[in-house]
Design a protein around this ligand. Sequence first.
Ligand SMILES: Cc1ncc(COP(=O)(O)O)c(C=O)c1O
Length: 414
Amino acid sequence: MTLSAAVAPAEALNRFATLPPYPFARLRSLLGGVEPGGPELVMTIGEPRHAPPAFVPEIIARESAGFGRYPPTEGPLSYRQAAADWLIRRFDLPPGFVDPQKQVLALSGTREGLFMAALALVPGRKNGKTPAVLLPNPFYQCYAAAAAASGAEPIFVPATAETGHLPDYASLPAEIWDRTAFIYLCSPANPQGATASRAYLTDLLARAARTGAILAADECYSEIYDRAPPTGALEVAAAGGGSENLLVFHSLSKRSNLPGLRMGFVAGGAKLIAEMARLRSYGGATVPTPLALAGAAAWRDEAHVEANRALYREKFDLADQILANLPGYARPEGGFFLWLRVKEGEDSALRLWREHGLRVLPGAYLARDSDGALGGPKGNPGAPYLRVALVEDLDSTRRGLEILREEMRAHPGA
Ligand SMILES: Cc1ncc(COP(=O)(O)O)c(C=O)c1O
């Protein structure tokens, strides 16, 4: 079976022509025309389904006069203040460590900010060479498009079981580090659920500072964790080294079940934020003020976040009960995906749909082929995996997990 990743030649249209179709489009073509073999159950997309906080629509209604004005590009100061205060509380940062005026920008969801950051900050050349953008493999797809937009060479660094499902950036050759301009890190990681330790982050931030690279820490799953709250990159920056070459990205989509509100923020080094703000004043997404004010209230409230986390924990517990003794299963440290090892992910995804109506994402669609030069297996590191989103209610989740148990038993990963 082919992976149907139709890749056009680079000169065909534009610099994005080399991007494969988005994972969900690939899944649609894999399953297109195949009848579901049972009631449809969708466990593909990372769209939270728990209830958003009730105060959000109330605030939007109350503040609706704000729709009559252009919003400030950087977001209302009260939103940026709420974001900075939250960072300080959540990551136990020294008071004043994040200046809301100079170090925070509102984002219309973190995706656009993650994309635009590379566009704004990757230079044309680095040490006289084509700059490199480091990204984990598998990865959140936005990073590769951002690297392409910036004109840099993307370096897909294996993030496999052998490396604890995080990219081993430290082991990259000096030739790559020498021209590395920008580094994406996702912790908790989508899709694998691994979290970066304090030591990992300390080393990476120091290495980035030494080589003049920018670390973009995508922490949009930081509030969906199992036992311990994941360390944030700002915590490490506060402990030494500072945040001059750091950006952290946070979102209300997962934390507060508000994927449709499109509210997030980026915080970090003042110069980096100023550069992003400059580009955004020309072509950035802005956030409608009533939504930003509702978003600010969400950052100020933790009760709904705790309740949300508890609901995910119940589902992790259920996964433990149903899948625990299968070698392809591991309870994730954070995020709400299972990253299940099977014999061949694409075959399993097709079979699960055809035989049971269960829709899950083949891991290969979230990764790029590797020649093995940077370690890890040759081929696609996501190929023997399925990504399963635990976003449905408990009953549906149970049904999906029971189907998956049979598939994993019948077609175990090597
Ligand atoms: C790793 C990761 N980063 C960023 C995002 C973007 O989230 P949003 O734009 O909703 O804030 C997502 C969404 O699925 C994600 O999985």
